[in-house]
Design a protein around this ligand. Structure first.
Ligand code: F6R
Length: 609
């Protein structure tokens, strides 16, 4: 949420910053701005709207300078206007800041500053920070920032730049991710690695409470109390090509199509065919410890929460362990019953979602063992949990999560298999499960080869609808939730996911000839039940689109249209049934002219509460 990039080195900064912001735009895209320092002082350019608006403005008059900062915003305080766009400056106009996060005591500080004569231009909390630093500035930006941050409550990832010190960038992190990119005689600061990958793979992740000072000679990490901190330099293991569109019209489609590979990348190296189990050493838990857990809490947000519910079905069915799945935002503010016998699994693609991070911290505080299923290597959740599994799905740039979801389910399958084999699952059942997992990438590819069938369904049933229902049962109920979420977030069609049998307790009232109903109905343990639910919809004139297995003549006869998915074990069907639903929402959104990769009001990584 909000993208941050800063540069100091021999290159011209402005173009590099814009380029970096383009790669960060998925984090927020309601306004953007840059600031550079050159012989004429501080030059700031900003514009409301997509980055392209700013780029157009800069075309003729790209400011010169080899040090600068850039920001793409997702509004929290104040509307997405040019005035509210970052960078913001202090009263003197000589100090600029970009910021991701929320300063919680900003109104108190603002009031005090106003009483001392400060005049604010924007409604943002960030401008308050700039003014505070300006007031404390006595010729040393680093010290002024450190002093100001001691007065501030809330979350931030921020970078300061001053025309009085044209060779220094001062960054600080508390709650919002930041990393330093270490190049050859050049240094970067960014909210994730994507803007600096073309220059360097060496990065230093800042931890909460840390500041980084970047100069033309190098970088230094310290804390607010001035102690110097020595930090490990990490190597990023994915490359630029992976974070580019590579010929696809949208990142979302590229990422949907990558799933045969990304699912395999999650599973690879973990499957033990002979023993019919999974090797998950990253959990940092011995077999004895794994066996002793009495319950599991899975906590996550959005799409990751949906994968968590699938994990609940898997762990309960396979390992006979009680599982609760909690919205991270609720878990952290309840008084959850958690103890050392509880295993808490935090699921997050970005590894930066503020609520999930807070939930994991809360669980740790209460003595639980925490593990993370995270895609972004080196992200905060990944670093804070006791152990976990990296998804290795590759960078997910499209705001709607797709390949991360199937990889999360694959990772949950690995954990379930491991625990189940330690508890009660036979080696034979374990081997069957491993075999089924190994078949999934090829089966996903078979589905993707028939994407045009889904495109036709999108056009025939959903393109012009205002509402849609998604119904599934058992382990495909969360797939219904996920299908509905995908549709609403990128095509703005109101959609609801429900357990199919719950429909008659209310939503059935909505069904008429204008209501498309998507059933997820593979031939599983609840197949006969879902057939009855389809009958109920048909009896009321609803239009039924059903995901079924090959040869399901019963549903073929009932439904208005069907799409077949390959057979797999019941518990693994979500990995296959979710793919056509991702494609369905993609094609609907494209046909409605929606901005698929950057849907309105959303941001890829929600780093505020
Ligand atoms: C929906 C979507 C969001 C995220 C949610 C959690 O397509 O992407 O619902 O799943 O914001 O994000 P992560 O997984 O990064 O914690």
């Amino acid at each position: 949420m909000c993208g941050i990039v800063g540069y100091i080195g021999p290159r011209q900064a402005a173009g590099l910053l814009i380029d970096g912001l383009r790669r960060l735009e998925y984090r927020g895209y309601d306004s953007a701005g840059i600031a550079v320092v050159n012989g004429h002082g501080l030059k700031i350019m900003k514009a409301a709207g997509k980055l392209s608006v700013l780029e157009n403005e800069l075309k003729e008059k790209m400011p010169e300078g080899t040090i600068g900062i850039g920001h793409t915003r997702w509004a929290t305080h104040g509307a997405p206007t040019t005035t509210n766009a970052h960078p913001h400056t202090d009263q003197s106009g000589r100090i600029a800041v970009i910021h991701n996060g929320i300063i919680e005591n900003s109104s108190v500080i603002r009031k005090a500053l106003q009483q001392r004569g400060h005049v604010f231009k924007s409604e943002t909390d960030t401008e308050v920070l700039a003014h505070l630093v300006g007031e404390l500035y006595q010729g040393n930006l680093e010290e002024a920032v450190a002093s100001a941050l001691r007065e501030v409550d809330g979350a931030y990832g921020l970078v300061f730049l001053s025309s009085d010190e044209p060779g220094v960038l001062v960054a600080a992190r508390k709650g919002s991710p930041l990393l330093v990119g270490v190049g050859e005689n050049e240094w970067f600061i960014a909210s994730d690695a994507s803007p600096l990958l073309q220059y360097t793979r060496s990065v230093v992740y800042l931890d909460d409470g840390e500041m980084a000072v970047l100069t033309r000679e190098g970088y230094r990490v310290r804390n607010l109390e001035t102690a110097r901190i020595s930090k490990e330099v990490n190597q990023i293991d994915w490359d630029l090509a992976q974070s580019e569109r590579g010929g696809y019209p949208h990142f979302m489609l590229k990422e949907i199509c990558e799933q045969p590979e990304s699912i395999w990348n999650t599973l690879r190296g973990h499957l033990l065919e002979e023993d019919g189990t999974a090797r998950v050493t990253g959990l940092n838990l011995t077999d004895e410890e794994l066996k002793q857990f009495e319950r599991v809490i899975i906590t996550a947000c959005g799409t990751s929460w949906h994968s968590g519910i699938i994990g609940e079905y898997m762990l309960e069915e396979m390992a006979r362990l009680p599982v609760e799945v909690e919205y991270a935002s609720e878990f952290r503010y309840r008084n959850p019953v958690v103890d050392p016998r509880t295993l808490v699994i935090g699921i997050s693609q970005s590894g930066e979602t503020a609520d999930t991070l807070a939930a994991v911290r809360e669980a740790k505080r209460r003595g639980a063992r925490t593990i993370g299923l995270v895609n972004v290597v080196g992200s905060t959740i990944a670093r804070e949990v006791d152990g976990g599994i990296y998804l290795h799905a590759g960078p997910e740039v499209g705001v709607a999560s797709t390949k991360a979801f199937t990889s999360q389910v694959a990772a949950l399958a690995l954990i379930s298999l491991r625990i189940a084999r330690l508890r009660n699952l036979s080696i034979l059942q374990g081997r069957q499960f491993v075999e089924a997992l190994q078949r999934l990438p090829a089966q996903a590819a078979q589905i993707l080869e028939r994407a045009s069938e889904i495109e036709q369904l999108a056009d025939r049933f959903l393109r012009t609808t205002r509402n849609a229902l998604y119904l599934g049962r058992g382990v495909n109920f969360p797939v219904a939730l996920e299908g509905a979420l995908k549709l609403k977030e990128i095509s703005y069609i109101h959609a609801e996911g429900y357990p199919a049998a719950e429909m008659k307790h209310g939503p059935i009232a909505l069904i008429d000839e204008n209501m498309p109903v998507v059933f997820i109905a593979p031939r599983d343990a609840v197949h006969s039940k879902i057939v009855s639910n389809i009958e109920e919809v048909k009896a009321r004139g609803g239009k039924v689109i059903a995901l079924i297995n090959e040869g399901d003549s019963e549903i073929e006869r009932l439904a208005d249209a069907t799409f077949t998915i390959p057979e797999t074990l019941d518990l693994l069907t979500p990995i296959l049934t979710s793919i056509p639903l991702q494609l369905l929402s993609y094609y609907v959104a494209v046909s409605r002219g929606c901005n698929v990769d950057q849907p309105r009001n959303l941001a890829k990584s929600v780093t505020v509460e």
